[in-house]
Design a protein around this ligand. Structure first.
Ligand code: MG
Length: 94
């Protein structure tokens, strides 16, 4: 796999997120919590891969969670752009 492949996967995940949740506008601290959850899921998949003998799907799960984490970071960047367009800073973006 290469950069273009993973950027495409992240773009597909962004579309999936918008279809599932709609446009997401959150304070940056909420985004950190959302991204932290996805990062935690990526870590769990790695732990499952290394600690469980019977979980051969965990490597794929780790890659999927990495894409989801990256897509959430992109979603946060899009949100920050929307806030900036409205003249809002983090202190008012709730
Ligand atoms: Mg996830």
């Amino acid at each position: 796999m290469n950069t273009e492949f993973y950027l495409s996967e992240i773009a597909k995940e962004r579309i999936r997120q918008d279809e599932k949740f709609g446009e997401q506008n959150h304070h940056p601290l909420v985004w950190f919590s959302i991204i932290g959850e996805e990062f935690g899921e990526m870590c769990k998949a790695y732990n499952d891969y290394t600690l469980k003998d019977d979980d051969s799907n965990s490597w794929d799960a780790m890659q999927q969670e990495a894409v989801q984490t990256a897509a959430c970071c992109v979603a946060m960047l899009e949100c920050l752009d929307r806030m900036a367009e409205k003249g809002l800073g983090p202190e008012t973006g709730r």
